[in-house]
Design a protein around this ligand. Structure first.
Ligand code: HEC
Length: 476
């Protein structure tokens, strides 16, 4: 079984709306000039520093599962009635033939064969992969198992994985979003990845519509499921196309390699349109909101491939719903300390350091002003934050994004207690959070460079690091 060792996982998504790694931030030639961002402690702390936010994944409550047998003599927990519904909804999206997980959990034979090894993963909450801690906020499409579900699977394994009666299988819950009509369809190029274990490739496609439009929903269909870990679509405005075209031209194969995001170091930002990861349905963006796309733009489709032996080449398709107008235009805002990006303050992660912390704090109007010189909302009025996420590279270990309220309180937007570059997401808040122009967003990232031989700093290469917060904001 060729699968890579299991890393500490995690992540992804708010469904459709989710995932995104984002972007190589707002760096670039137009630089920090306009940003009136404030830097709070940009500190380096060594191991054991306090500061750890609430990140314990552990279960807090022991669930009573009752006796181990029912009166009738059937075991208290059986596959068809109790366990299959849990595996079907939380695991089978990836653990099925031809998909990215290393083994399938689709039927009794498979589930009982692997039963033993499932328990440690679900107890540690490393499976299903999901990065955001539910102690911080509540997210839509959170696939995490409840304490009770974990106890059920555990008890089933302890009882020797009893099968039960297929007739007792509950009918599946239908929680799919209603179908939506997509009017734009964009395809990547047929491609066979060759870089092991992970290849990040971007495909540049012309935006086909000639009028101003807003994206209000999307659905991404990966081609070769066994190798596609995630797909993210970004829109590149006409003014920035040249840099991307140059990157594409410089790479002889279809598309171009794009590890940290679709643009190079010089690109100020790349606006995200939609993302897909296994098990995450597509769907509408938050009600009444949409992301503006200018005519003459391009779309970059970034695909994270995890090549495996015997896979077919991939051709993935991005479907978008567009509308001429939306009630509340929205931005996806990536943000970080502009001084890091410009190299004025080094976001240093010294060689050998086991726990290095970097933080940055900024108000939303400054971020909007920096990224959108012609912003049509959000400069002097409250905004609604409905999704949040983080972006680091491979040395990242954990991070948080919080609102610092005017009155001094904090509100947690997202806390990723076990960062994993391969499973990153932007999470859709169950309840949006309104942020006043006077309030700030606080970003905190932790890195581990204990194995490293050299000091690492900001950059978008594999060997560099980033500490980026991402949130989706709309007018109220
Ligand atoms: C989003 C896709 C996805 C979902 C959902 C998912 N898995 Fe996995 N699982 C993987 C992948 C991919 C691997 C291979 C290791 C890795 O990449 O982390 C894996 C590996 C595993 C392993 C082996 C770990 C190891 O160290 O070898 C177990 C056990 C497991 N999954 C159990 C589960 C269970 C139980 C569920 C549901 C409760 C689940 N998974 C849901 C993708 C998924």
């Amino acid at each position: 079984m060729a699968h890579r060792p299991h890393s500490v996982v995690v992540v992804l998504s708010s469904a459709f709306a989710s995932l995104l790694p984002l972007v190589s931030g707002c760096s670039g030639d137009d630089g920090g000039s306009g940003a009136s961002a404030t830097t709070t402690g940009d500190s380096v702390t060594s191991t054991g520093s306090g500061e750890v936010t609430g990140m314990t994944a552990a279960t807090e409550t022991e669930t009573e599962t009752g006796g181990t047998t029912t009166g009738a003599g059937e075991p208290a927990v059986v596959y068809y009635r109790d366990v299959k519904p849990i595996l079907d909804s939380a695991c089978v999206g990836c653990h099925r033939a031809g998909d990215i997980a290393p083994f399938a959990l689709e039927n009794y034979a498979e589930a009982s064969m692997w039963g033993e090894i499932l328990v440690p993963e679900i107890e540690a909450r490393t499976m299903p992969p999901w990065g955001a801690s539910s102690e911080c906020n509540t997210y839509r499409y959170d696939p995490s198992l409840s304490d009770e579900e974990i106890a059920t699977v555990k008890e089933w394994v302890e009882l020797g994985t009893p099968e039960g009666d297929p007739a007792d299988e509950p009918s599946p819950v239908d929680d799919e979003e209603p179908p939506i009509d997509y009017d734009v369809e964009l395809a990547s190029t047929l491609y066979e990845p060759t870089i092991y274990p992970d290849e990040y490739r971007c495909f540049l496609i012309d935006w086909p519509l000639v009028e101003e439009r807003y994206i209000t929903g999307f659905n991404i269909e990966p081609g070769e499921r066994s190798i596609v870990h995630h797909v993210i679509a970004y829109v590149i405005p006409p003014a920035e196309i040249d840099t991307y075209v140059a990157l594409d031209d410089a790479d002889p194969k279809p598309g171009y390699e794009c590890y940290g995001g679709p643009g190079g170091e010089a690109v100020p930002r790349a606006q995200w349109l939609g993302a897909w990861a296994p098990g995450i349905p597509g769907g509408p963006l938050p009600e009444g909101t949409g992301i503006h796309v200018e005519p003459g733009s391009k779309v970059a489709i970034q695909i994270h491939y995890h090549p495996v032996e015997g896979a077919e080449p991939d051709l993935s398709v991005v479907k978008l719903r567009t509308e001429a107008m939306v009630e509340r235009p929205a931005y996806l805002l990536p943000f970080a300390n502009p001084l890091w990006m410009l190299g004025i303050v080094n976001m240093t992660i010294p060689a050998g350091a086991e726990e290095v912390r970097h933080t940055f704090e900024v108000d939303i109007p400054s971020t909007i002003d920096f990224l959108y010189p012609n912003a049509d909302f959000g400069l002097d009025e409250p905004v609604k934050v409905s999704m949040a996420g983080l972006h680091m590279h491979n040395l990242g270990t954990r991070g948080t994004l919080k609102v610092h309220r005017a009155g001094g309180e904090e509100q947690c937007l997202v806390d990723v207690p076990r960062w994993d570059f391969n499973w990153q997401g932007i999470y859709r808040l169950e309840e949006s959070v309104i942020v006043d122009p006077s309030e700030t967003i606080h970003l905190e990232c932790f890195f581990d460079n204990s194995e490293g031989e050299s000091s690492v700093a900001w950059g978008d290469g594999t060997e560099d690091e980033m500490c980026l917060g991402i949130f989706y904001v709309s007018a109220l």
